[in-house]
Design a protein around this ligand. Structure first.
Ligand code: ATP
Ligand code: MG
Length: 183
């Protein structure tokens, strides 16, 4: 599974529709302080369903909407989309047959989020389920950010267990078991 491109519009500093292609196995993003590098990573975790704005360097969900600059008015909606290469069928379930999978999230000024999978409206849970056990999720290990190494070292045993179980791919089954037992 590979992230092929990221599309942003009205998201933080990316006010105009912007496509960020990720054509090779390694892509570096360079630029001066404050140019929006970390905003790109925020977008990835936001689309994957991060529910806490605090974990995304923001106070409220509406902080992800472009809030204006000296020469641009604020906009009313933020949209971010991730397009994955799924030719190896890593993303399973009903989506295993798709070579490309698009995951999109939008938020408006009322703070309402909408999620889309391959263009169809879905629940946040459909997205978190799809990525559970792949290592790619809002809090999973595929995104290593500043401070995360020390957090891992200092984590409580049960938190560290969650990280290991996610890496081993068993969280998906534990989650399903929990749901079944609840019913
Ligand atoms: P550094 O090199 O310091 O880590 P960076 O390239 O990672 O910088 P970011 O943190 O991604 O920079 O971007 C910060 C910029 O994004 C700031 O200029 C901030 O004003 C802008 N920004 C953040 N949220 C919004 C928003 N909602 N509307 C408009 N601009 C925003
Ligand atoms: Mg940064």
């Amino acid at each position: 599974m590979k992230l092929r491109r990221i599309k942003l519009s009205g998201f933080k500093s990316f006010v105009d529709p912007t496509t960020i292609p990720l054509p090779s196995h390694i892509t570096s993003v360079v630029g001066p302080n404050g140019c929006g590098k970390s905003n790109i990573v925020d977008a990835v975790r936001w689309v994957l369903g991060e529910g806490s704005a605090k974990h995304l360097r923001g106070g409220h969900m509406t902080d992800f909407i472009f809030n204006g600059s000296d020469n641009r008015a604020p906009v009313s909606r933020a949209v971010a989309e991730l397009v994955f290469d799924n030719r190896e069928g890593v993303l399973g379930g009903p989506y295993a047959a798709y070579d490309e999978i698009s995951v999109k999230r939008a938020v408006d000024r009322d703070g309402n989020s909408e999620y889309y999978l391959n263009g169809s409206r879905c629940r946040r849970k459909d997205i978190t389920d799809l990525f559970l056990g792949t290592g790619l999720g809002p809090r999973a290990y595929a995104i290593i950010e500043q401070g995360m190494i020390s957090r891992t070292v200092e984590a409580r045993p049960e938190e560290r267990r969650f990280m290991l179980e996610e890496a081993a791919g068993v969280t998906r089954y534990k989650e399903r078991r929990k749901e079944t037992v609840r019913r």
